[in-house]
Design a protein. Structure first.
Length: 316
C-alpha cells in the first residue's frame, strides 16, 4: 500500500518535497526531545508520592521516545534513499515501514504509566465519595484520553504493521491504516481538549473572552478537532472496504491531513504572534511537552493530495 503511494510520490515533485520536509520535521522534533535532558531529576524537588509518579512517568515515556527516535531515523534515511532511486526492494521497503509502525507504537505504549496512574486515581476518588462532577472530570479529562493514547493507539499501530504484507491483498492494510489514522485524531482531540478544559476550570470562562486568540484555540480544539474526528470516522467507515490503493480517494485524505496540520500550525503561531505573556498550562503542554508538534508541517503533504489530479474510483 505505502510502497504504491511512494511510487506516485516519486513522480509528484510537490508531494515529494512535502514528504521530505514532514519526515525531516518528525526526525528533528524527536531529536530535540531526545536530547533535551533538563527533565532529569525534576521529581526530586517534588518529593513524596507525586515525585514518584513523575519519576515513573518520565522514565516510561523516555523509553518510548527512544523507539520513536529510532523510527524517525529509519523513516528519514529510507525516504532519502528511495527518492535518490537507490536499490530499495519491495520486501525491504515493507520491512522498514513495518518497523517504523512498531517503534511508533512502542513510543505511545511508553505513556502507559500515565494511563495507569490516571486509572488508579479513580479508585481514590470513588473511595472518598467525591461529587459526581469530580468523578466525571477524572474519567473524561484523565482516564479515557490517556488510556486511548497509551493502549488503543499502540494496538492499532501493531495491527497495521502486522497487516502490511507484500504477499497479501491490500484490503486489510488499507482498513487498518484508516482506523489507526482515525485513532490518532481522536487522541489529539481528547488530550488537547482535556487540557484546555482544565485551564478554563482553573481560570474561568472570562479568560477565554478576554483573549480572542485563546477563544479561537479553545474552539478549534474542542469543536474543530471534534468535527474533524467525526468526518474522519465517516470517511474511514465509507472507505474501509477499499480493495486497492488506486480506489482510495486522495482528496479527502489530503483535506484531513491539511486540517490537522493547520490546527498545529495555528496554535504554534498564535502563541508567537498574539499570546505574549498569557502563558498557561495549555501553552506549557502544547509548546513545551508536545511530542507531535512536528505535525505543523503536515500541510505540505495535505495540499498536494487535496489538489491531486489522480482520478479515483468510487469505493463500494
Amino acid at each position: 500500500m505505502l510502497v504504491s503511494f511512494m511510487e506516485e510520490a516519486r513522480e509528484n515533485l510537490r508531494l515529494k518535497i512535502g514528504l521530505l520536509i514532514v519526515t525531516a520535521s518528525y526526525f528533528l522534533f524527536t531529536f530535540h526531545a531526545m536530547f533535551t535532558l533538563s527533565w532529569i531529576g525534576e521529581w526530586e524537588s517534588m518529593g513524596g508520592p507525586y515525585g514518584f509518579v513523575i519519576f515513573v512517568e518520565d522514565i516510561s515515556a523516555t523509553i518510548g521516545l527512544i523507539f520513536r527516535f529510532a523510527a524517525s531515523i529509519i523513516a528519514l534515511a529510507a525516504l532519502i534513499a528511495y527518492f535518490a532511486k537507490k536499490n530499495l526492494t519491495k520486501l525491504t521497503a515493507y520491512r522498514l515501514i513495518k518497523l517504523i509502525f512498531v517503534f511508533e507504537g512502542i513510543y505511545w505504549l511508553g505513556l502507559i504509566a500515565t494511563a495507569g496512574f490516571s486509572v488508579l486515581s479513580l479508585s481514590g476518588i470513588f473511595s472518598r465519595n467525591q461529587p459526581i462532577l469530580s468523578i466525571l472530570n477524572s474519567v473524561l479529562l484523565g482516564a479515557i484520553p490517556t488510556v486511548i493514547e497509551a493502549i488503543v493507539l499502540p494496538i492499532g499501530l501493531f495491527i497495521l504493521a502486522f497487516k502490511l504484507n507484500p504477499n497479501k491483498p491490500l484490503k486489510g492494510a488499507i482498513k487498518w491504516a484508516l482506523i489507526t489514522g482515525t485513532i490518532y485524531i481522536v487522541v489529539f482531540w481528547l488530550i488537547n481538549t482535556s487540557i484546555w478544559v482544565g485551564v478554563v476550570m482553573q481560570k474561568g470562562t472570562g479568560y477565554l473572552t478576554a483573549y480572542p486568540e485563546h477563544l479561537v484555540s479553545f474552539l478549534l480544539t474542542s469543536v474543530g478537532l471534534l468535527a474533524l474526528t467525526v468526518y474522519t470516522i465517516y470517511f474511514t467507515k465509507k472507505s474501509s472496504k477499499t480493495q486497492t490503493l488506486q480506489e482510495l480517494k486522495q482528496r479527502p485524505i489530503g483535506g484531513i491531513i491539511l486540517a490537522l496540520g493547520i490546527y498545529f500550525l495555528w496554535n504554534y503561531f498564535s502563541w508567537v504572534i498574539f499570546a505574549g505573556d498569557t502563558w498557561n498550562n495549555w501553552y506549557a503542554w502544547f509548546l513545551g511537552h508536545n511530542m507531535d508538534l512536528w505535525m505543523l508541517s503536515l500541510p505540505l503533504v495535505g495540499v498536494p493530495l487535496l489538489f491531486s489530479d489522480r482520478t479515483t474510483q468510487e469505493t463500494s
